[in-house]
Design a protein around this ligand. Structure first.
Ligand code: NAP
Length: 273
């Protein structure tokens, strides 16, 4: 039985991860954390997230070291915020606990510090900005298509709900980078006015916003007489959570090293070479 600690336990991702771990036969949540001073401290986490009692009280970040020593989890799953994650990584890695980091938005310095801490303490970790299985396959397929259809006109269209604050999405930008890495070119964000004929090297990126769309990304490869479109559609956070469950199992026989979701999904070979 894999023993799991979860930081950000009541968050959108953390609560979904706890709910899904609770449905697995080979893993269980042994401790769960929220920020210091949380008003629900001590209450059963299962009851707090609506799945009924699971016998795990909510602990707070300031209690982490003590609780981790007592409960001795194999892995800490962290979906919180950069500063909190940095602190959690320091505490857990010193105790030899494996790590799964899903938090996004680290500065360069924060990311470097986190990786240095993990390496110094020689614990294995999976770090990924996107745990969704389909998105990772989408990225890998894109590498192949960009290599094979590099001379087609390539445009990216993404759509998200009306509340999203940043544009284009991180996934669209990553897709654009993959295209650039594999066939060169430069980004053009939308078009307006007398922009002239399209240049071959352009990688067009277009952001649509509206309704409750969770996240859709299409990369269009337009050639003479044909067009190929690669689309990924997310409909719920469960896609990320399923990837986290795979990452927990992946770390079971790892003693050291920093991994990403390509490693977890066995995608680190290049299709079509
Ligand atoms: P969220 O709902 O705000 O959850 C984060 C939780 O962490 C909140 O409950 C927050 O509490 C708690 N927290 C803050 N400081 C803490 C600390 N020191 N110790 C323990 N818990 C603490 O956000 P979310 O949507 O779950 O996303 C969390 C992170 O994961 C974000 O960075 C997001 O971008 C990222 N994410 C990554 C993926 C991926 O595939 N890698 C997918 C989805 C989301 P308060 O609300 O009280 O501050």
């Amino acid at each position: 039985m894999i023993k799991v600690a979860v930081a950000g336990a009541l968050g959108r991702m953390g609560s979904g991860i706890i709910r899904t771990i609770n449905e697995q036969d080979d893993m269980k949540v042994v401790c769960a954390f929220e920020r210091e001073g949380h008003e629900k401290r001590g209450e059963d986490v299962g009851e707090l997230i609506g799945i009924g009692k699971i016998g795990v009280p909510l602990n707070t970040a300031d209690e982490m070291e003590q609780v981790l020593k007592e409960k001795n989890p194999d892995v800490l799953v962290d979906f919180t915020m950069p500063k909190a994650t940095l602190n959690n990584v320091k505490i857990a890695s010193k105790l030899g606990i494996k790590l799964i980091i899903g938090t996004t938005g680290f500065s360069e310095e924060e990311r470097e510090e986190m990786i240095k801490t993990i390496k110094e303490n020689k614990v294995p970790a999976v770090i990924s900005e996107n745990f969704a299985i389909g998105v990772n396959i989408f990225f890998k397929t894109l590498e192949f298509l960009a290599k094979k259809l590099g001379d087609y006109d390539i445009e990216i269209v993404e759509m998200h709900h009306r509340f999203k604050k940043d544009a284009p999405s991180g996934t669209a930008l990553r897709a654009a980078e993959i295209i650039k890495e594999n066939r060169g070119g430069y980004f053009v964000f939308g078009r307006k006015g007398l922009v002239g004929e399209r240049k071959k090297e352009e990688i067009g990126i277009h952001a649509l916003r509206g309704g409750d769309v969770v996240g859709e990304h299409t990369v269009i490869f337009a050639g003479d007489g044909e067009r190929l479109e690669l689309t990924h559609k997310a409909s719920s956070r469960q896609a990320f959570i399923n990837g986290v469950i795979l990452a927990i199992r992946f770390l079971k026989d790892k003693d050291e090293g920093i991994y990403n979701t390509f490693d977890v999904l066995g995608l680190n070979y290049c299709i079509g070479k």
